[in-house]
Design a binder for this molecule. Structure first.
Ligand SMILES: *Cc1c(COP(=O)(O)O)cnc(C)c1O
Length: 412
C-alpha cells in the first residue's frame, strides 16, 4: 500500500484559526443582535482596495493579453527582468544594499517561499525559531520531517525555541548553543516588534561564526517608520554571506488576493555538502524554481511593477499610513483600558498583555462576549504567547475607532 507522509500526523491540526472561527460562529448564532456589531481584528489580512497605479497596470496588462502582438505566455520562472530590476533598485540598492537583479526571485507568496526554501536545505540542520512565531515556519519543518513530536504546550522536539519577551523587546537573541538555520521575522507577526541594527548585527555575527543561514522574513518592511531601523538584513555588513530575505507585496500593496512576493538569495551565500564542501545556494534555488514553478502571471507582475512607480509608491505610503493610523488609535484605546501594549508603531499588529492571571483564550472570550471584537489569542503562536493577544490594525478607521471605544468599557 502507498505510504503517506507520517510527518503530517505530527501537526497540531491547524488549531488556532479554526478554533477562533468556531467560537465566533457559536457566539453569533447565540447572540444574533451582538453579531451585528461584531468587529474582526483577528486575521492578518488587508482590508483596503488596491492602489490605483496597480489597478491601471493590471487593466493594461489584460488588454495586452487580448492582442496577438502583445500576448504573453510563459514568462521566466524567476520573474520578468523589468520587475526584478525595479525591486533590486528600489528596495535594496537605493538603500545602499548590494543586491543584483538576478538575486531576486519573484514568486506568488512569501508564505510559499518561506516553506519552499526548505527544499534546498538538508535534513540534519538544527533549526531555531522564535516563540511566539508565525506558524508557517514551524509547520513546514514538521512536514519536512525536521522535528520530533509536539509536547503538551505544542513545542516540537528537535526545534530550538528562542523566547521573545518584554525583556528582549520581543526580538530573539542568538542562543549560546549552535544552530544551522534561523528564522527571523521583522517587523514581527505576531508581536509587532521590529529588530534594530545592533540586534541584527548580533544575528549576522552569530550566523557567520556558526556558518548558519538566517531566513529573514521582512513581509512588513513597509511599516517601518523609525528611521534608525534597518529595512533589509543586507543593510548589515556580512549578511550577503549568511542570509536569505523574503519580501511580499501582500501587506504593502494590499496584494494578499493578487499574489506577488519575492525572495533574495545572494550569490555569495554558501552552505555545506555532506562531505563538508561549501557551495553556493543560489544555483539550487534557481534550479528549484525553474523545476517546480512556472512563474507569477504576467498581469500580476505588471501590477507589482506599478507599485514601484512614483504614483504607486505614494499610494502604497498612503495605505501604510492608513493602517498605522489605525494601530495608533487602537494603541490609545488599549492603553486607556489599562492594558500593557507592545508593537503597533512599526508594524500593523499590537501585542497586548492580558491582565494578570487571564489566559489568552479567556481574554479572547471576554473581548468577544463583552466588546464583540475578535482578536487573536497569543498562545496560538507559541507557549510564550500565553497571556497575550494580538490586535490587527487591518481594518477601516471607523472600526478601529469603535474598537478603541469599546476596549476601555471592559471590566476585567
Ligand atoms: C502576511 C505574511 C507574509 C506574506 O505572505 P504572502 O504569501 O506573500 O501573502 C509573510 N510572512 C508573514 C510573517 C506574514 O504575516
Amino acid at each position: 500500500m502507498a505510504r503517506l507522509n507520517d510527518n503530517y500526523l505530527k501537526l497540531k491540526a491547524g488549531y488556532l484559526f479554526p478554533e477562533i472561527g468556531r467560537r465566533v460562529k457559536a457566539f453569533c448564532d447565540a447572540n444574533p443582535e451582538a453579531a451585528q456589531r461584531l468587529i474582526r481584528c483577528g486575521i492578518g489580512d488587508v482590508t483596503e482596495p488596491l492602489p490605483p497605479a496597480a489597478i491601471t497596470a493590471l487593466h493594461r496588462a489584460v488588454d495586452e493579453m487580448a492582442v496577438r502582438e502583445t500576448f504573453h505566455g510563459y514568462g521566466p520562472e524567476q520573474g520578468y527582468e523589468w520587475l526584478r530590476a525595479a525591486i533590486a533598485q528600489n528596495d535594496f540598492r537605493d538603500r545602499g544594499c548590494d543586491v543584483a537583479d538576478d538575486e531576486i526571485f519573484v514568486s506568488d507568496g512569501a508564505k510559499c517561499d518561506t516553506g519552499n526554501i526548505l527544499d534546498i536545505f538538508g535534513h540534519k540542520n538544527k533549526i531555531a525559531i522564535s516563540d511566539p512565531v508565525y506558524p508557517v515556519y514551524v509547520d513546514t519543518n514538521v512536514m519536512a520531517g525536521h522535528t520530533g513530536e509536539a509536547n503538551a504546550t505544542g513545542a516540537y522536539a528537535r526545534l530550538v525555541y528562542l523566547p521573545c519577551k518584554p525583556g528582549n523587546g520581543f526580538i530573539p537573541e542568538p542562543p549560546r548553543r549552535h544552530v544551522d538555520v534561523i528564522y527571523l521575522c521583522s517587523p514581527n507577526n505576531p508581536t509587532g516588534a521590529a529588530a534594530n541594527r545592533p540586534q541584527l548585527e548580533a544575528w549576522v555575527k552569530y550566523a557567520l561564526a556558526h556558518e548558519a543561514v538566517i531566513l529573514f522574513d521582512a513581509a512588513y518592511e513597509a511599516y517601518l517608520t523609525d528611521p534608525a531601523l534597518p529595512h533589509s538584513i543586507y543593510e548589515i555588513p556580512g549578511a550577503r554571506d549568511c542570509a536569505i530575505e523574503f519580501r511580499s507585496c501582500s501587506k504593502n500593496g494590499g496584494f494578499t488576493g493578487v499574489r506577488c512576493a519575492f525572495t533574495v538569495v545572494p550569490k555569495s551565500l554558501r552552505a555545506a555538502t555532506h562531505t563538508g564542501e561549501r557551495l553556493p545556494l543560489h544555483p539550487l534555488w534557481l534550479r528549484r524554481t525553474t523545476t517546480k514553478f512556472n512563474g507569477v502571471s504576467y498581469l500580476v507582475q505588471r501590477g507589482a511593477e506599478a507599485l514601484y512607480s512614483p504614483d504607486g509608491q505614494a499610494q502604497v505610503r498612503a495605505l501604510i499610513e492608513h493602517y498605522l493610523g489605525n494601530a495608533k488609535v487602537l494603541r490609545e484605546g488599549a492603553k486607556q483600558a489599562g492594558l500593557k501594549v507592545f508593537g503597533g508603531l512599526n508594524a500593523p499588529y499590537l501585542w497586548v498583555k492580558a491582565p494578570r492571571g487571564v489566559t489568552s483564550w479567556q481574554a479572547f472570550d471576554k473581548i468577544l462576549n463583552e466588546a464583540n471584537v475578535v482578536i487573536t489569542p497569543g498562545s496560538g503562536f507559541g507557549s510564550k504567547g500565553e497571556g497575550y493577544f494580538r490586535i490587527s490594525a487591518f481594518n477601516s478607521r471607523a472600526n478601529a475607532e469603535e474598537v478603541a471605544r469599546r476596549l476601555p468599557e471592559l471590566k476585567w
